[in-house]
Design a protein around this ligand. Structure first.
Ligand code: NAI
Ligand code: 15L
Length: 269
């Protein structure tokens, strides 16, 4: 599929949205920005909530694809998750369906499968078809988003790539991230592959760099044309010196979801 020209980027004011605003234009995208918060330095960005159906209808008009990053990105009370992540994602899919947008790339998360035990040395990598095991209401909303995407493909022919992102930040900051980190540059590579691959239907992939200590299988992401260039291993000595090796007695070290399984970080707003 050729590069979609106009891409709606929801969650444009957030951490990942900010990284992608700087990286994706080089791939040929013209970005239309959407967030409930103003996007600094972007007066044309649409400032609206995902509950605003009219704003979403306007936002998707004429776009070639959507990269859906908006939502609560940590744990929160169920009612808040329901509104932003569950109803909000439904509202976006409805607007996209009505407008005939052919493809959405959905920022799913490792927390949809967060209670899955991390593989130990010699175990196979975690496959993409491992059952959903959400570790939080947040993770549950990502499981919902993946199922919603499947429904909209089966019923309406709207394609989605659901990317179960690991940790996409400038650098890994703890030892678990040595396994799940996705460099921002690899993030842009993967989103671009997901936006341009032929005939994806609904495809679920993991999103991370080619980490030496990888926990999950990137075959599906590579099949989209993704060729990761980075490896967290360059940070290993420093992080292990600071934090020690992963502790097999600590549930936050032995499950994909890390501390979300026993002490989840809480959405501050
Ligand atoms: P973030 O919290 O920095 O950004 C999320 C953005 O969504 C914020 O700018 C916020 O204002 C906006 N937003 C929240 N609720 C909204 C609503 N109801 N209507 C409109 N906008 C709303 O999160 P980050 O790190 O940028 O993550 C982006 C997406 O990727 C999120 O969906 C997150 O769940 C997902 N993700 C991120 C990972 C990471 O490592 N950064 C890992 C796994 C998934
Ligand atoms: C996520 O889903 C969060 O949005 C992000 O802030 C990180 O906590 C990441 O997962 C992670 O698992 O490190």
């Amino acid at each position: 599929m050729p590069t979609p020209r106009t891409l709606l980027l929801t969650g444009a004011a957030g951490g990942l949205g900010t990284l992608m605003r700087s990286l994706l234009p080089a791939y040929g995208y013209e970005l239309r920005l959407f967030d409930v918060r103003p996007v600094e330095g972007e007066p044309d960005a649409i400032t609206a909530d995902l509950s605003d159906k009219e704003a979403l209808r306007e936002a998707v008009r004429g776009v070639d694809a959507v990269l859906h990053l908006a939502g609560i990105s940590l744990e929160a009370p169920f009612e808040k998750i329901l509104r932003s992540n569950i109803e909000g994602t439904y509202n976006l899919y409805e607007a996209a369906r009505e407008a005939g947008v052919p493809r959405i790339v959905f920022a799913s998360s490792n927390h949809a499968v967060g209670y899955t035990p991390a593989p130990r040395a010699g175990d196979p990598l975690i496959p993409v078809d491992t059952p959903h095991r959400p570790d939080t209401f947040y993770g549950l909303s990502k499981s919902f988003g993946e199922d919603l995407a499947q429904l909209y493909w089966d019923r309406h022919g709207l394609e989605t790539v659901s990317v179960r992102i690991g940790s996409c930040f400038a650098e890994p900051t703890d030892v678990r991230m040595l396994s799940v980190w996705m460099s921002p540059a690899d993030g842009a590579r993967l989103f671009h592959a997901a936006l341009t691959a032929e005939e994806v239907g609904h495809t679920v992939v993991y999103g991370s760099s080619a980490n030496t200590r990888l926990w999950w299988d990137l075959t599906g992401a590579r099949a989209l044309g993704y060729e990761p260039q980075d490896d967290s291993e360059q940070y290993a000595d420093k992080l292990i010196a600071e934090h020690g090796e992963l502790d097999p007695e600590n549930p936050a070290h032995t499950h994909l979801g890390g501390r979300f399984v026993n002490d989840p970080p809480i959405w501050p707003y």
